[in-house]
Design a protein around this ligand. Structure first.
Ligand code: MSP
Length: 518
């Protein structure tokens, strides 16, 4: 059995509705998943929800629901959101599912048996509001704590800890020996800097039941539940185990009660995450995996954060982008296009409605949409929609875009791939202006020249559909349908020039991105 290309997103906290940041991360992962499938690889794409914790417990209480009911209702919205984004995820994990909880408990037992945990008493200041322990460092110059922490109490509490002490050097060596492990490079340097300049403190992995009951009980001490990261991060392997992954099953000793598939998934090829959770993925997660005897993921791909109009996205100030409203107004592909074309994977980005409209108008409506519409309309008008004999005038331009796109897909360089593809869109629009087929059509002596021009344009539209499929699956499929071709343009090999056969009759052209007067 060959290993699948395994790609994951962070699992989102289920304490509200999905926003632009969540959508962005899922679209990145979906485009990479589709791109890999287009390259001919077998892929497994996982996304899902992080459902435990005090915030969920409190939000459920406020709505007078039990936490499970609360999660179930929201999970339905989040799953509908994945459909709305046309994600091709192969599974959707919810950390309250028995398949996940049982696996977490198996791992906790195993790590406890092998001496990776200890219990200790901690005395310190605690903010219930922020659900966090505070130290002397958190005091303001006048000795008080910031009012945002609410009431701060002194607390003495037993908890379980995961030993991290001796783990620093091998991880530094590993990151240095594997330059692609953390991408982009500046994020890798951040992690190396952190590891070299700090001593790792052991990681608290529990909360007493009295303080938090909405969590996974620790199997060797029923007075505690596991806290946040030993629950959430483990989703990446609990779901592999649920699908029968031999590597994970062997290391964990866990046997699922039912097994419907037997896939080889671990190690993950890419964890797509945002910059705020880098330390957990690049420091704690590798150490946890090593303790479990599992190989490390091949890559942690770290994206930046979106702002809107230069300010933090925040529900309380109303500075938000509602992805569903944007999709309903402009179409899904316009949304998918904007977030990936505007922002490279790495730096922070800034959403502006004006910027969105301007890319829609210039690149989608006047660029791609206009090219496809005028090419097919001219073929319809001048040649009754019948594809003329092959001509190779734009073949080299198409091959260049296809080669670049193929290489960029393998490096998850999505913004650059779009730039390369738009190089071909612009070249073809320029070709229309240079060859002026509407003039050629008036001169019977130019009939053969017009045939050539029309073939080059129509075939370029077909190649574009193939290259664009991972990004704009709906649009790519529409282009194929308008060309009268069956199926989806979902295999990159089909981007080879000359796929359109003479005599092929195209379908009816229709605008892909209706112009909007704004
Ligand atoms: N539940 C944890 C992750 C556990 S992964 C094992 C969590 N959830 S979250 O809902 O707060 O965030 C989920 C993802 O969305 C994170 O990768 C985070 O970086 C990303 N984003 C949240 N807000 C964002 C923006 N404004 N912009 C881009 N991504 C952002 O953290």
């Amino acid at each position: 059995m060959s290993k699948r290309f395994y790609i994951t997103t962070a699992i989102d906290y289920v304490n509200g509705q999905p926003h632009l940041g969540h959508a962005y991360e899922k679209i990145i992962a979906d485009v990479i998943a589709r791109a890999r499938r287009s390259l001919g690889q077998e892929v497994f794409f996982l996304t899902g929800l992080d459902e435990h914790g005090q915030k969920v417990q409190q939000a459920a209480q406020a709505e007078k629901k039990n936490p499970q009911e609360y999660c179930d209702a929201l999970a339905a919205d989040w799953q509908a959101f994945c459909k709305k984004l046309e994600l091709t995820n192969d599974d959707f994990v919810r950390t309250t599912q028995p398949r996940h909880k049982e696996f977490v408990q198996a791992i906790l037992s195993k790590l406890n048996d092998t001496g990776h945990f200890y219990k200790a008493t901690y005395t310190g200041f605690y903010s219930a509001k922020e659900e966090t322990f505070l130290t002397e460092k958190d005091r303001r110059p006048d000795g008080t704590f910031d009012p945002s922490y609410g009431e701060v109490v002194e607390l003495k509490e037993d908890n379980y800890y995961f030993k991290l002490g001796a783990q620093q050097q091998w991880l530094i060596d590993y990151i240095e020996a594997n330059p692609d492990f953390i991408t982009p490079t500046y994020r890798r340097n951040e992690v190396l800097g952190f590891l070299k300049n700090n001593t790792l403190e052991d990681l608290c992995i529990s909360r007493p039941l009295a303080r938090l009951n909405w969590g996974i009980p620790i199997p060797f001490d029923p007075n505690f539940v596991t806290y946040v990261w030993f629950d959430a991060l483990v989703n990446y392997i609990s779901i592999a185990a649920a699908h029968g992954d031999e590597t994970v099953l062997a290391a964990s000793g866990y046997q699922p009660s039912t097994l419907n598939s037997q896939l080889a998934l671990w190690p993950a090829d890419i964890h797509v995450i945002g910059k705020d959770i880098l330390k957990f993925h690049a420091v704690y997660w590798p150490i946890m995996l090593k303790a479990m005897g599992l190989p490390l993921p091949k890559q942690i791909l770290v994206h930046g954060w979106w702002q809107k109009d230069g300010a933090k996205i925040s529900k309380s100030t109303g500075n938000v982008v509602d992805p569903i409203a944007v999709i309903n107004e402009w179409g899904l592909d316009a949304f998918r296009f904007y977030v990936l074309r505007e922002l490279d994977i790495g730096p922070d980005g800034n959403w502006t409605d004006a910027g969105f409209r301007s890319r829609y108008q210039a690149e989608l409506a006047n660029g791609l949409g206009n090219l496809v519409n005028r090419s097919l309309s001219m073929l319809k008008r001048y040649r009754n929609g019948v594809v003329p004999a092959r001509s190779n005038e734009l073949a080299a331009d198409a091959a260049k875009a296809a080669d670049e796109t193929r290489a960029l897909f393998k490096q998850s360089q999505l913004q650059s791939a779009l730039q390369s593809i738009w190089g071909l869109v612009n070249r073809a629009n320029q070709y229309v202006d240079q060859t002026a087929p509407f003039k050629l059509a008036k001169d019977p002596a130019q009939a053969q020249r017009l045939d050539e021009v029309l073939y080059n344009l129509t075939e370029t539209c077909r190649v574009l559909a193939v290259l664009l499929w991972p990004f704009l699956p709906g649009t790519a499929t529409k282009i194929y349908a308008q060309l009268g071709l069956p199926g989806s343009p979902d295999k990159l090999d089909a981007a080879t020039w000359g796929g359109l056969q003479a005599g092929q009759v195209i379908g009816d052209p229709a605008p892909l991105f209706p112009r909007k007067d704004v």
